[in-house]
Write a protein that binds this ligand. Structure first.
Ligand code: ADP
Ligand code: MG
Length: 255
């Protein structure tokens, strides 16, 4: 068995990538999947939000990208989340510059994942808010991209850059890559504009839009400060339940 590898990507910041990554991971773990989260953002939010202190890490994804450590050496267990994490911290910001000089610079993550392929069913890569060499490492390694988006007026604008990048990676580096789906997040059904944009998305992208909708829910926003995903922090909350439903939808789509 080889794991399915997914990037959670959107070059905008604050759209819900990290929240999606850690909660989808926890939801998948809850339904029995073996999951690895790769934090590819120097901000290290997925690391912290999984209950791992980024400042205390001896080895991170940075060491893996520079091939001075393996994933098996660098991974940590999320204490509450039920999944493994290849963590990141500020050190990763330097990788961008250091990698440029190196061979196979966009394939480092892909190669490193080979060695742990027997350990996981699903790998989720939390991408930084840019279409950088780090994101490129994620896209090169992945089978698919999950795009979280808020149903706001400018949501579709940023999407075309991401779609073009995915097309280029598909054509030049990774023929397996495709968009798995668009996930509507932080959704507030009382806001008419959000309903309208949501309908536009469905009209435009059809079944590329996931059925599950993630509501705006304060428990999801509070959970990171307790070092765990919302799914485990408050399982009864609307946000947690939506992410478990999303995990089931993802697994259903893979079948
Ligand atoms: P990104 O990784 O794309 O920068 P985050 O996942 O960090 O985005 O989300 C940005 C902010 O929005 C965070 O403060 C997060 O807690 C909050 N947030 C994300 N999703 C939700 C949601 N469904 N309901 C409420 N707050 C959310
Ligand atoms: Mg993030």
């Amino acid at each position: 068995m080889t794991p399915r590898i997914f990037c959670v990507a959107n070059q905008k910041g604050g759209v819900g990538k990290t929240t999606t990554t850690v909660n989808l991971a926890a939801g998948l773990a809850q339904i029995g999947r073996r999951v690895l989260v790769v934090d590819l953002d120097p901000q290290g939010n997925a690391t912290m939000g999984s209950g791992i202190d980024k400042r205390a890490l001896a080895l991170t994804v940075y060491d893996v990208l520079l091939e001075s450590a393996s994933i098996a050496e660098a991974r940590q267990r999320s204490p509450q989340g039920g999944y493994d994490v290849l963590g990141a911290n500020r050190e990763l910001a330097g990788a961008e510059v250091e990698l440029v000089e190196l061979e196979r610079r966009e394939r480092r993550l892909r190669s490193a994942l080979e060695a742990v392929r027997a350990d996981y069913d699903i790998v989720l890569v939390d991408c930084p808010p840019s279409l950088s060499l780090l994101t490129l490492n994620g896209l090169c390694a992945a089978h698919g991209v999950v795009v979280p988006m808020q149903c706001e007026y400018f949501a579709l604008e940023g999407l075309s850059d991401l779609v073009n990048t995915i097309k280029q990676v598909h054509a030049n580096l990774n023929p397996e890559l495709k968009i798995i789906g668009l996930l509507r997040v932080m959704f507030d059904p009382r806001i008419t504009l959000q309903q309208q944009v949501s309908e536009q998305l469905k009209a435009h992208f059809g079944d590329k839009v996931f059925d599950t909708v993630i509501p705006r829910n304060v428990r999801l926003a509070e959970a990171p400060s307790y070092g765990q995903p919302g799914v485990t922090f408050d399982p009864q909350s609307k946000g947690a339940q939506a992410f478990v439903a999303f995990a089931r939808e993802m697994v259903g789509r893979l079948a």
